[in-house]
Design a protein around this ligand. Structure first.
Ligand SMILES: [Zn+2]
Length: 126
């Protein structure tokens, strides 16, 4: 995967400007005490992650879109396996999968949102 691509920054949770500094303090996505913590600035290029006050509220729209995609994928997979299933089974499975993937959803929605508003700058990389 090209280091210059936004996909690299999103999947590796790297700073959207230099693609080298970590965007989250903990690399453990399921460490429930730390998975959401981010440094204020990039350790490598000093880019401020929260560009302006309320910036992360926009990431909720990305999170919503990811949740809809996860829900549809879960429904389709469940439907393909068990076609004669009660609706509550679908609702329960969608809820369970969404809950299990919530930390990933949180982190990737922020990464996608940051990468929409900032671009890679090779001069800022080491
Ligand atoms: Zn950086």
């Amino acid at each position: 995967m090209k280091k210059e691509s936004k996909i690299y920054s999103i999947l590796n949770e790297k700073c959207p400007v230099c693609h080298e500094g970590n965007a989250f303090i903990s690399s453990e996505k399921y460490d429930l005490k730390k998975f959401h913590k981010m440094p204020i600035r990039c350790e490598n290029c000093n880019h401020k992650f929260e560009i302006e006050g309320g910036f992360w509220q926009g990431a909720m729209y990305v999170s919503y879109a990811l949740t809809v995609a996860i829900s549809i994928a879960t429904f389709v997979l469940t439907y393909l396996i068990y076609q004669e299933t009660d609706a509550w089974v679908h609702i329960g499975l969608i809820s369970l999968v969404s809950l299990i993937l919530a930390p990933l959803n949180y982190r990737y929605s922020r990464m996608i949102w940051m990468n929409i508003f900032t671009s890679y700058n090779p001069n800022k990389a080491k």
